[in-house]
Design a protein around this ligand. Structure first.
Ligand code: AGP
Length: 616
């Protein structure tokens, strides 16, 4: 959940670290800090509460001299949001600097042990315990790498740790334990970077090494030496990541979320690129590593994810069961990992994760591995832990970095990718004829254009409706069947960026309680495309209307208010029923975006949230 940037090389470290932190601020923005060392100026540390700009204000144009540095933006886990709890933290001697992402689950016990040995602490964080442990071991070993290695053996829980010492000012030592969120090593010319995520290093190199659980990296200007927790040297081949720095920048848009919403047509094309032949009506999923026999042998799929990705997983249930006739169970990662699931033979786990670092989703994949079941990941970030755990293949979204905390382009790309997987399963299992398959593929090929049309046609309406209802204290979203997950997603978008309480509900459930909520103040957004349950949705709309509720209906374009008893209608282009979610969600994203702006909320970095949840 935190952002880490380390640098050693020929440039002034401060500039590289601050720019990297800027690109990682979506990972957490409660506080920020930087440490730079230079033989003359010594160790210089600045920290501040709040977003990164408070730190740059604190620096006030000063440059902390030095070509080795370490920075951090924090999403608080242990200890309040205070300057004393901001990273970097130091050891007892004040000569070793540490930043961390994750949770040291046994930090209290370690802290008591260190206090008993005479250590003095200045923060409530678990991170400071790591710094003191490294310092204590350093007094024995006089070797930072060994001191860090010994420290790792004391830590319980998932952690990413980076340290440097003024006694060895030519190196940074990084380590990754468990699934605390990535550690990326950027290999430049005469310089090397360490970061929590790809965007921080893109401006300097595209050659990246992704640390795995238990890896340690000794980083210098000349490069990196890798070893495992026991000290044995290991090899990790660099990955060439083709994302460009522009794709990680806002461009002409006001917000990353806005940019990413409008990138969806291109992102949908990138999902299909190289995977479908629209002329021939055929598809190929080369990144799916399960062969045809294995795919035919799958009789149950556990679709596991969190948040918006879980909504995509729920949509995939409808797609895969309808097209491939394979049973799909959908689980939250945080629930799946602790319910002692019986995965069993013939089952596979299908993980959905934009970041590929969501600790609860990763745990589900590890449970699959433990029970001998294959797992496939639908994932965006190249080289992420989910991509590496996916022994059945990582189906990359190819969406480019998604910086806005509220997921938009990666959600719709997940839906399109899940549809491709469902079609591949159907093809292998013969539940679709070649002609039917070709028709589905061709309809999928119209999605980017229809998405662009939808954004174009509904933006003004979404904004007008936001202006009408942004003061509402609560909002209800209703949908049936494959539109129900879109009701959930629309509600999540609204609540996570505008802080309005919102709920998604199966429309058929209205009568069993939620109808009591209906009043003239609460907008009710009904997703009612022209599909098999359209008539049912119309009567649900009637029921809301009859009780004075204000209905915004997202319908297939061409419907008329006379036929659809709503107060407002947003029309989206017709498409295959199982693809309606890709288009219906777009005006809901826009509605949430404009509502949040009208309420003065921070669209890209909503309060209390972070882009990647790498702690439980
Ligand atoms: C959605 O807008 C949120 N950012 C959040 O629910 C997110 O989808 C969830 O944390 C899962 O993240 P992942 O896709 O990176 O695993």
């Amino acid at each position: 959940m935190c952002g880490i940037v380390g640098y050693v090389g020929t440039r002034q470290a401060q500039q590289v670290v601050l720019q990297g932190l800027q690109r990682l601020e979506y990972r957490g923005y409660d506080s920020a800090g930087i440490a730079v060392y230079d033989a003359t100026a010594g160790l210089q540390i600045e920290r501040s509460v709040g977003k990164l700009h408070f730190l740059t204000d604190r620096l006030n144009g000063r440059t902390l001299a030095g070509q080795i540095g370490l920075g951090h933006t924090r999403w608080a886990t242990h200890g309040a949001v205070t300057e004393a709890n901001a990273h970097p933290h130091r050891d007892e001697s004040g000569t070793i600097v540490v930043v961390q992402n994750g949770i040291v689950e046994n930090y209290q016990e370690l802290k008591e042990r260190l206090i008993a040995a005479g250590h003095t602490f200045h923060s409530q964080t678990d991170t400071e315990v790591i710094a003191h442990l490294v310092g204590a071991y350093y007094r024995d070993t006089h070797d930072l790498t060994d001191a860090v290695q010994r420290t790792l053996h004391d830590l319980h829980g998932g952690n990413a740790v980076v340290a440097f010492s003024i006694h060895e000012p030519d190196k940074l030592v990084a380590a990754r334990l468990g699934n605390a969120g990535g550690v990326v090593i950027g290999l430049g010319a005469g310089e090397t970077l360490i970061a929590s995520d790809i965007p921080a290093v893109l401006g300097y190199t595209h050659q990246l090494i992704f640390l795995e659980d238990g890896d340690m990296a000794v980083v210098s200007a000349e490069g990196v030496v890798l070893r495992n927790r026991e000290g044995a040297s290991i090899e990790r081949l660099p990955t060439l990541v083709t994302w460009d720095t522009e794709s990680a920048a806002k461009g002409d848009f006001d917000h990353f979320m806005q940019k990413e919403m409008y990138e969806q047509p291109r992102a949908l094309m990138d999902v299909l690129r190289g995977r479908v032949d629209l002329e021939a009506g055929t598809l190929r999923l080369d990144d799916l590593l399960l062969d045809e026999a294995q795919l035919r042998g799958i009789d149950r799929i556990y679709a596991v994810a969190c948040g918006t990705a879980w909504h995509a997983a729920l949509v995939s249930k409808f797609m895969i069961e309808k097209l491939a006739r394979v049973r799909v169970e959908v689980d939250y990662g945080s629930e799946f990992r602790y319910r002692d699931p019986v995965i069993g033979a013939g089952a596979m786990v299908l993980a959905f994760s934009q970041s590929g670092e969501t600790v609860d989703t990763l745990a589900a994949m590890e449970e699959a591995r433990r029970q001998g079941a294959p797992s496939v990941a639908i994932v965006n970030v190249v080289g992420s832990q989910a991509a590496r755990l996916a022994d059945g293949g990582a189906l990359y979204l190819h969406a480019g970095p998604e910086i806005g905390v509220a997921s938009t382009k990666c959600f719709t790309s997940m839906l399109a990718t899940a549809y491709l997987l469902a079609l591949r399963l159907a093809e292998v299992r013969g539940t679709l004829s070649a002609a039917e398959l070709a028709a589905h593929i061709r309809e999928l090929g119209t999605l980017p254009g229809k998405a662009a049309q939808t954004l174009e046609k509904t933006a003004a309406q979404a904004r007008m409706l936001a202006e009408r209802y942004y003061t509402a204290n609560s909002t209800l979203y209703l949908g049936r069947q494959v539109s129900y997950p879109i009701a959930l997603e629309g509600a999540l978008k609204l609540k996570e960026i505008s802080y309005i309480h919102a709920e998604g509900y199966p429309a058929g459930e209205m009568k069993h309680g939620p109808v009591a909520l209906i009043d003239e103040q609460m907008p009710v957004i009904c997703i009612a495309p022209r599909d098999g349950v359209y008539e049912k949705m119309l009567s649900n709309i009637e029921q809301v209307h009859a009780r004075g509720g204000k209905v915004i209906a997202v319908v297939t374009e061409g419907e008329t208010l006379a036929a659809t008893p709503a107060d407002h209608m947003i029309g989206v282009p017709a498409t295959a029923p199982l693809l309606n979610p890709v288009l219906a969600v777009l005006p809901l994203q826009l509605y949430a975006y404009h509502t949040a702006l009208l309420r003065g909320c921070d669209v890209d970095q909503p309060r209390n949230l972070a882009k990647s949840v790498t702690v439980e």
